[in-house]
Ligand binder design. Structure first.
Ligand code: ASP
Length: 405
C-alpha cells in the first residue's frame, strides 16, 4: 500500500530526471545515444503493458459486467458513459477550434507552404463509418486478441459477460474462472506498474533529446495552441465534472489522477495506460465494476485530447495551405473530429492517422500532414494525457450517477 502511494512521486522524479538528462543529451549532441540505449528500456516497459492489456480489458470487463448483477444495470451504465463521452468530446472540439482561430486571427500560424513542398506522409485509407461499424464485430475471437483490437475485445467481453450471466447456475464455473484469472492478472498488473518510473525516465530523456530542436522551432506555436486547449479543457470540463457531479475538489481529482496522467503523457497510449488508470480511478473512489467497464471503453472511444489536436491541427494546416475555413466548415470539423476521435485507437500516433480523414473530408491537402509528423509525439503526449484524464473523470461521474439511482 505504502509503495502504491509513492508511485506518483517516483514518476514525477523520473519525469524531471528524464527531461534534464534529455536536455543535456540534446545540447551535447547525444540524441542518438538516447535513441539507442535509453528508449529500448521504455519500449520494453510499454511492451509489458501491451502484453497485459488484452487480458486486463477482457477479464475486467467481464468481471465488471458480472458484478453489476443484471443487464439493465449494464445498459444504464453504458448509456451514461457514452453520453458523457460524446458531450465532452464535442466540447473539446469547440475549445480546440476557438483557440486555433484565436492563434490564426492573431497571425501566429505562419504560412509554411514553401517549406512543406517535400511532405512525404502517406495516410492510411479510411473506408467510411459503416466499415468501421462492421469491423467492430470480430469474425474470429482469437484474431481480436492477437491483433489487440480493443473495440473487438470489448464486444467479445460484452457478449461473454452477458452470456455467462444468462447461463445462470450452469455458468458458475466460467464466472469463478473469470474472477480467479482476473485476480492473477491484477497481481501481474501491479508488478508492471511498479516499473513505470523506468519507462517514464527513459522515454522522456529520449523525447527531449530528439525533439528539442522541434520544440524550439517554428512549430512551437501550434503545439502551444494545442496545449492551451488541453489545459483549458482539463480545467473547465474535468474540474467541473469532478466538482458538480462527484462533489470532489479539482485538486483532489487531479492529484488522484496524476500517476495515470504522467504515464499517459510519456507512453502516448491510452490502452497501455489502462492498468494505471484503473488504479487511479479506484483510489479516487470509482466503483470497480463501473471503472472496469468505463475505462477500457474510454481508452478506445473517448479521446478529448485527440479531438482538440485534430481541430487545432486542421486549422493550422488549412492556414499553412492558404485555406480559410468558413463557419460551416468548422461545424464539419467538429462532427468529423468527434467521430474521428472515437475511431482513433488508444495507441501512439493513432490520432494523426485519423487527422487525415478530417482533412480529406474538408478537401485540405492531406500531404500537408507532413508538417505535423515530425512533432506528432509532442502533440500526442498532451492529448493522451487528456484522453486518460477524461476516462477517469467519467468513471467517477458514472459511479456517482449510479449511486444516486
Ligand atoms: N495516443 C492517443 C491515445 O492513445 C491516441 C492519439 O494518437 O490521439 O490516447
Amino acid at each position: 500500500m505504502k509503495k502504491k502511494n509513492n508511485l506518483p512521486v517516483r514518476i514525477l522524479i523520473a519525469l524531471v530526471a528524464g527531461i534534464v538528462v534529455g536536455l543535456v543529451c540534446y545540447f551535447a549532441g547525444l540524441a542518438d545515444f538516447t535513441a539507442t540505449y535509453l528508449k529500448p528500456f521504455g519500449d520494453i516497459f510499454v511492451n509489458l503493458l501491451k502484453f497485459i492489456v488484452v487480458p486486463v480489458v477482457l477479464l475486467s470487463m467481464i468481471d465488471g459486467i458480472l458484478s453489476m448483477g443484471d443487464m439493465k444495470q449494464v445498459g444504464s451504465v453504458g448509456v451514461k458513459t457514452v453520453a458523457y463521452f460524446l458531450c465532452t468530446t464535442a466540447i473539446a472540439c469547440v475549445i480546440g477550434l476557438i483557440f486555433a482561430n484565436i492563434f490564426m486571427g492573431a497571425g501566429l500560424f505562419p504560412d509554411l507552404s514553401a517549406e512543406l513542398g517535400a511532405a512525404e506522409y502517406e495516410p492510411k485509407a479510411f473506408n467510411g463509418f459503416m466499415s468501421v461499424l462492421v469491423d467492430i464485430f470480430p469474425s474470429n475471437m482469437w484474431g481480436a486478441f492477437v491483433n489487440a483490437n480493443m473495440l473487438q475485445v470489448i464486444v467479445v467481453s460484452l457478449f461473454f459477460g452477458g452470456a455467462i450471466m444468462m447461463a445462470g447456475e450452469k455458468g458458475k464455473l466460467c464466472r469463478d474462472l473469470v474472477s480467479s484469472m482476473y485476480a492473477v492478472i491484477e497481481k501481474l498488473m501491479e508488478f508492471v506498474i511498479s516499473l513505470s518510473p523506468i519507462g517514464v525516465f527513459t522515454y522522456m530523456a529520449w523525447v527531449t533529446a530528439t525533439q528539442g530542436a522541434a520544440i524550439l522551432g517554428s512549430l512551437f506555436l501550434v503545439i502551444l495552441c494545442a496545449y492551451i486547449g488541453y489545459i483549458v479543457h482539463a480545467v473547465l470540463v474535468y474540474s467541473l465534472s469532478a466538482q458538480v457531479f462527484v462533489g470532489m475538489s479539482p485538486m483532489k481529482f487531479f492529484k488522484g489522477a496524476f500517476a495515470a496522467m504522467i504515464f499517459a503523457f510519456t507512453s502516448t497510449s491510452s490502452a497501455a495506460t489502462l492498468p494505471v488508470s484503473k488504479e487511479c480511478a479506484h483510489e479516487l473512489g470509482a466503483k470497480d465494476d463501473i471503472a472496469a467497464f468505463v475505462l477500457p471503453l474510454g481508452s478506445t472511444i473517448n479521446m478529448d485530447g485527440t479531438a482538440i489536436y485534430q481541430c487545432v491541427a486542421t486549422v493550422f494546416i488549412a492556414s499553412c495551405a492558404g485555406i480559410h475555413l468558413t463557419i460551416g466548415q468548422m461545424v464539419i470539423v467538429v462532427v468529423t473530429a468527434t467521430l474521428a476521435s472515437i475511431g482513433t485507437a488508444g495507441v501512439s500516433g493513432a490520432g494523426m492517422i485519423m487527422l487525415a480523414m478530417v482533412l480529406e473530408t474538408l478537401g485540405i491537402p492531406v500531404a500537408y500532414i507532413g508538417l505535423i509528423v515530425a512533432v506528432d509525439r509532442l502533440f500526442d503526449m498532451g492529448r493522451t494525457c487528456l484522453n486518460v484524464t477524461g476516462d477517469i473523470a467519467c468513471s467517477l461521474c458514472v459511479t456517482k450517477w449510479q449511486e444516486k439511482k
